[in-house]
Design a protein around this ligand. Structure first.
Ligand SMILES: [Zn+2]
Length: 169
């Protein structure tokens, strides 16, 4: 039986439904119907502006972002979906904190909803470091469909792994 690594943690019933969609060749259409279009946020500059706009709306008091960029070296399975690094260094006798967000490069090609979900996830780490209740509450506050989007992103990644690229407009 096919192991679906992106769906570890979901119930066997749900995983079986996804296996069936895959076996019947229907997972791609299911995803395309729900998420028919891509997005235009392709450059690091555009990604930075996009993340800062969400931050300014929902996380005004969180520390500023020094960098936001796509990273082609992020392995989505092993490193989770994005990376949030917090670097403190002493500069001229002062402790300076830098917050950088790196988003796996595959998100250049996903529907905009998945990009938003992952950016919201990484922005929420500015305030909440661990994946606890407070963290997910914050994600849901910024994006009310957060949990559904995370599940559908996992379906999307399952499709990429099992079948190949999902072609959207
Ligand atoms: Zn995280």
């Amino acid at each position: 039986m096919q192991r679906l690594s992106y769906l570890a943690g979901y119930s066997e019933k749900i995983v079986d439904q996804v296996r069936r969609l895959l076996a019947e060749g229907r997972l791609g259409d299911h995803l395309r119907q729900k998420y028919p279009a891509g997005h235009e946020i392709r450059t690091d500059r555009a990604l930075y502006d996009y993340a800062v706009a969400i931050k300014n709306e929902f996380l005004r008091t969180a520390p500023p972002l020094s960098k936001v960029r796509y990273d082609g070296r992020i392995n989505v399975i092993n490193d989770a979906l994005g990376l949030h690094t917090f670097v403190s260094r002493v500069q001229g006798g002062k402790l300076k904190a830098k917050h950088e967000i790196r988003i796996a490069a595959l998100f250049k090609e996903t529907p905009p909803e998945f990009l938003r979900m992952i950016v919201v996830h990484e922005l929420a780490h500015l305030k909440e470091k661990s994946h606890d209740k407070a963290f997910y509450q914050l994600c849901n506050h910024i994006e009310p469909a957060y949990h559904q989007l995370e599940f559908d992103l996992r379906l999307y990644l399952t499709y990429l792994e099992a079948v190949g690229p999902l072609y959207i407009a």
